[in-house]
Design a protein around this ligand. Structure first.
Ligand SMILES: CC(C)(COP(=O)(O)OP(=O)(O)OC[C@H]1O[C@@H](n2cnc3c(N)ncnc32)[C@H](O)[C@@H]1OP(=O)(O)O)[C@@H](O)C(=O)NCCC(=O)NCCS
Length: 219
């Protein structure tokens, strides 16, 4: 019922290794034990501030949920964020988000993700980025995707590099109050198309476009 009124909850992206499901409250509940156990507990810290996942419990879980609900509740033409649960063999093991800013004008997206510590470094990070890029470029007609990660986040920077993003300068941000350099990356539509996957399936895309103020023009 809620998904009929807010179609991003019905979005699904399937690859041979995993599925991304629109993050319903049931799926977020499945992820709560992972959030409780901690996804960013030791250096090098991966997220810039402010970030609920750095908070101490018991507030961490509530603030994490509230941030996602806030994101769902502030879908506007100039800014939206879609939240997906990463599903492997029926288990929720992480999150993959897609963010649009002035999407109908710029056709640019950015991404954000995390996995439970126990399932990292097995190729899932790369696969979920490929899945979300397929939604952005194939499903929504994006022109480019950007990403950024702290200089010492080897896995995230490597995922961007292997997906064909090019370095796009650097920036500063704080993590847990300490300043650190972010590496920025940019993937053009042509670079994505050169390595386009034919084994990724999208479900429920058209119903989302009006909600995200997307018109059907590829630029
Ligand atoms: C970022 C993240 C989602 C990547 O997922 P992952 O499943 O660990 O990454 P993959 O297994 O797909 O590996 C991607 C690449 O990074 C490399 N890599 C992954 N973890 C690594 C590590 N700890 N040390 C060195 N290299 C690593 C892999 O070898 C692979 O490179 P390759 O394609 O050349 O072999 C995951 O590590 C994570 O949740 N990290 C914490 C949160 C985070 O950093 N989020 C992103 C914020 S910008």
């Amino acid at each position: 019922m809620a998904a009929d009124l807010y179609p991003p909850l019905n979005l699904k992206i399937s690859t041979p290794l995993l599925e991304l499901h629109g993050a319903t409250d049931d799926l977020l509940t499945q992820l709560l034990p992972v959030v409780r156990a901690g996804v960013a507990g030791s250096p090098p810290f991966p997220f810039d501030d402010p970030m609920s996942l750095y908070d101490d419990n018991p507030g961490r879980e509530r603030r994490w949920l509230q941030a996602i609900w806030r994101g769902r509740g502030t879908v506007r033409p100039d800014s939206w964020r879609l939240y997906f649960a990463v599903m492997v063999e029926g288990q929720a093991v992480g999150m993959q988000d897609l963010l649009g800013r002035e999407f109908d004008s710029f056709r640019t997206v950015s991404t954000f993700s995390w996995l439970a510590p126990g399932v990292r470094h097995r190729g899932l990070g790369r696969e979920m980025r490929a899945a979300i890029l397929h939604l952005a470029f194939e499903g929504f007609g994006a022109s480019e995707a950007t990403s950024e990660a702290f200089f010492d986040n080897v896995a995230s920077n490597r995922v961007s590099e292997v997906m064909g993003y090019q370095p796009d300068g650097s920036d500063w941000a704080t993590r847990r109050g300490e300043a650190a350099v972010l590496k920025r990356w940019r993937l053009t539509r042509d670079a994505w198309a050169a390595n386009r996957r034919s084994d990724i399936e999208l479900t429920g895309v058209d119903e989302c476009k009006p909600v995200l103020y997307i018109t059907d023009t590829v630029r």
